[in-house]
Design a protein around this ligand. Structure first.
Ligand code: CAA
Length: 235
């Protein structure tokens, strides 16, 4: 199951996992049109709920498991930005981002965790961000949640290890998606000039990292972070 799995990085992840032979469920929060065309194009089923809502996540996940079977691999990818310099950031902008990007990870993983423990296998993969590692002007809210996601992964890795569950994070840099295209053009150009590779990343480059971590053979990789940012920032 891939949250936010019908657009952007999430869509590439859904497709890459399907290509590996997994049965994939892609969730989305709002864009019915994008979800419908994604399903038409890929044959991947989509499910609508807001990752920021625990009860909706629980109900939605139960439906996915009823229709497709137990969830062995969960990719917590759904994320939003509400960028503003801190002096202009509103409590609503703070809350929306925390509810989706941080609490949303709890809401997504918590309902599938007991089943993974019982079956003795699980893969939890959280899509964090370069900006959770380095911070970013205009993203106090977003950077806080993405750094928090790394704390979730490192703790789950310790709790899941004895049950055959791994938890890992990926920190994408700036990837060519709607989210990055929403950054004002001048700012975006300045960002690209800071990427030694000289370009934005492609969603498929992140999807390949997910497929690697999801594999049965990746069981010894636990609590780690894959950094994929074109050399923009070294941890
Ligand atoms: N460093 C230092 N100063 C900066 C700056 C930076 N990176 N960016 C802007 N500023 C300065 C400007 O030069 C300007 O200074 P002056 O007032 O002295 O001229 C000032 O900040 C702009 O202030 P404003 O009050 O006008 O800012 P604003 O209300 O227009 O908001 C912003 C600006 C929304 C933060 C805008 O700069 C922005 O969108 N920045 C991009 C943030 C970003 O990287 N977001 C990532 C989105 S993609 C993503 O999140 C995916 C991922 O995981 C990577």
């Amino acid at each position: 199951m891939v949250t936010g799995g019908s657009r952007g990085i999430g869509a590439a992840i859904s497709k890459a996992l399907k290509d590996k032979g997994y049965t994939v469920a892609a969730t989305y929060a709002g864009n019915d049109e994008a979800a419908a065309s994604f399903t038409e194009e890929t044959g991947i089923k989509t499910y609508k709920w807001n990752a920021a809502d625990y009860e909706a996540s629980k109900t939605g996940i139960a439906k996915v498991e009823e229709e497709l079977g137990p969830i062995d691999i969960v990719v917590a990818n759904a994320g939003i930005t509400r960028d503003a310099p801190f002096h202009k950031m509103t409590p609503e902008q703070w809350k929306e981002v925390v509810d989706t990007n941080l609490t949303g990870v709890f809401n997504t993983v918590h309902p599938v965790w007991p089943g993974m423990r019982e079956r003795g296998f699980g893969r939890v993969i959280v899509i964090s961000s370069i900006n959770g590692q380095k911070g970013q002007f205009g993203q106090v809210n977003y950077a806080a949640t993405k750094a928090g996601d790394l704390g979730i992964v490192k703790s789950l890795a310790q709790e899941g290890a004895s049950k055959g569950i791994t938890a890992n994070a990926i920190c994408p840099g700036y990837i060519a998606t709607d989210m990055v295209m929403a950054v004002p053009e001048k700012v975006r150009e300045a960002i690209i000039s800071q990427i030694p590779t000289g370009r934005l990343g492609e969603p498929e480059e992140i999807a390949r990292c997910v497929a690697f971590l999801a594999d049965d053979d990746a069981g010894f990789i636990n609590g780690s972070t894959i950094t994929a940012n074109g050399g923009q920032f070294f941890v």
